[in-house]
Each structure stands twice: as C-alpha cells, then as structure tokens.
Design a protein around this ligand. Structure first.
Ligand SMILES: NC(=O)c1ccc[n+]([C@@H]2O[C@H](COP(=O)([O-])OP(=O)(O)OC[C@H]3O[C@@H](n4cnc5c(N)ncnc54)[C@H](OP(=O)(O)O)[C@@H]3O)[C@@H](O)[C@H]2O)c1
Length: 252
C-alpha cells in the first residue's frame, strides 16, 4: 500500500514511517520539511497521487488557543478535500483521550474540531485517541504553577503511554479496515498527577515538593479527576512508565 504520513517528520510520524517500511509498505513522509504543508495546501495534491491511506500525525507549532484551532481546522479541511480529489479511501488521525471532556482547553477544543471535520467528510476513517506520551511528562511538569519550592498539580488522574506503544497500535489501525469511529488507547498504569510528577522531579534531581491544589490548571484548563483517562474499553500499551524512565535518559 502507499501510505502518506502527514507529520511524518515528528515524534510519532518518524517511528510510524519506519514501522510501515518494515512491514513492506510504501510509507511517504509529508511535512513542511519535505515540501508538504497541510495548512497552506502546498504539495498535497502531488503527494496523494495513488495513496491508499493517509495518516495525520501533525501537530501545531503553537499551542496558543486561536493558533492551534486555526492549524487543525485549516490542515484538516485541506487534507480531507485533497483526499477526496485523489480518491483516498482511508483517513487515520491521532487525537487525545478525553478531548471532548476538557472544553476550556484551547488545544483539546482544536482536536475536537479536527475530529468533527474528519467525521463529516465522508471518507472512511479511524480516529485513535491516545493518552499523554511518556516523552511529554517533562513538558506537562513545566506548565504547572510553580515557585522555587513547590509545583502545584490538580487532584486528577493520568494514564500515560510510551510513543512506541502508540505507534504499535497506529500501524495496526493504518493497515486495518477503517473503524469509522474513535478508539481509545492508554498506558498500563493510572497515576495521580502528584505521584507521577513527584517521580519525574526526583528522577531529574529536582528537589521541589509537589502539592495538590484543586485550582491548579493543566495547560490552562480545569480538570476533573477522570478528564484525561479512558472510560470504558481501551487498548492498553505494554510499557510501564517508571521502568522506562529509569532505563532512559530523561526526555523533557
Ligand atoms: N504529546 C502527547 O502526549 C499526545 C498525546 C495524544 C495525542 N497526541 C497527538 O499526536 C499527534 C502527533 O504528535 P507528535 O508529538 O508526534 O508531534 P511532533 O513531534 O510535534 O510532530 C509534528 C509534525 O507535524 C508536522 N507539521 C507541522 N506543521 C505542519 C503543516 N503545516 N503541514 C504538515 N505537517 C506539519 C511537523 O513537520 P516537520 O517535521 O517538518 O517539523 C512534524 O513532522 C498530535 O496531533 C497530537 O495531538 C499527542
């Protein structure tokens, strides 16, 4: 199959392209670095010629509310229109577990807008919603309110997953029949934020204390306890966070 990976130069995209090649498919990297821009539409028609599947693993360069919404709306509209013109029969996209439950997050509102465009486009599709990647825990830690002594976190749960485990499932989704629906994917363990952030800080020799604060926000959004974790059935990745962190150079 010819599979075009939009955002194929990113964390998930690179690994996905490699895995699809290993499975004997023609996986094409498409991103601004390779001359394809989903926001402007540049290069899309050419790269989609004879494509069987398109996987969208792009991410917005800016997480600012208006910018991220514009990114996912424009890129999804352009992409889905170009796929319709090219006769692509399967669209796969990576989204976020609980995206529709955190309405005061500009980023997650943008992901929901992306999902809705996909669902309305009439092209067979699968949306894989993953929880936060292990590699993202450093960035999550850095955005919580903090001072020299403490980091304040909300009393919520997180069930993070290793990016390689996301790619594992994404390969199956890409090569399988479109589900025309949303599939949830999470890591094997559920943590409270205070536990995982404390563990991350101590692994990075950061001596600040972690304090639970019901007013602490996650990228500006209020979280309920269950906002970011799957409800009901979900696929579960194999890798455990603490073992991975102690085996790896800390990724922030
Ligand atoms: N981080 C998490 O914890 C998490 C959790 C669940 C779901 N997700 C979702 O996973 C997806 C992929 O995340 P990631 O961390 O792999 O992203 P990433 O490493 O930031 O990579 C983003 C990719 O998007 C490409 N891109 C940027 N602007 C583009 C444009 N205008 N047109 C086409 N491609 C463009 C980049 O191109 P270049 O290579 O040219 O720079 C890059 O290849 C995102 O949609 C995100 O919402 C993330």
């Amino acid at each position: 199959m010819k599979i075009v990976v939009i955002g194929g130069g990113g964390l998930i995209g690179k690994k996905l392209v490699t895995r699809l090649h290993e499975r004997g498919h023609e996986a094409v990297t498409a991103s601004p670095s390779s001359g394809v821009n989903a926001v402007t539409g540049a290069g899309l028609a050419d790269v989609l010629v004879d494509a069987d599947v398109v996987v969208d693993v792009t991410n917005s360069p800016s997480f600012e509310d208006a910018a991220v919404l514009e990114f996912f709306e424009k890129s999804s509209r352009n992409l889905l229109a170009a796929e319709a013109d090219a006769g692509v029969g399967n669209h796969v996209a990576l989204s976020v577990v609980g995206a529709d439950r955190v309405s005061d997050s500009g980023y997650l509102r943008a992901k929901v807008a992306q999902e809705k465009l996909i669902q309305a486009a009439g092209i067979p599709y699968t949306i894989l919603r993953a929880t936060q990647f292990f590699e993202f825990i450093g960035r999550i830690t850095a955005q919580f309110p903090a001072d020299g002594q403490t980091v304040r976190v909300p009393p919520a749960f997180i069930q993070p997953i290793l990016s390689d485990d996301v790619v594992e499932v994404l390969v199956d989704v890409t090569l399988g029949a479109p589900a025309n629906g949303i599939i949830d994917l999470a890591g094997p363990e559920r943590f409270r934020f205070n536990e995982i952030i404390r563990h991350f800080l101590s692994s990075t020799q950061d001596t600040r204390q972690v304090v639970i604060d019901t007013h602490a926000r996650y990228f500006g959004a209020r979280l309920d306890k269950q906002s970011l974790v799957p409800r009901g059935n979900s696929h579960i990745g194999a890798t455990h966070y603490k073992g991975w962190l102690s085996d790896s150079t800390v990724k922030t």
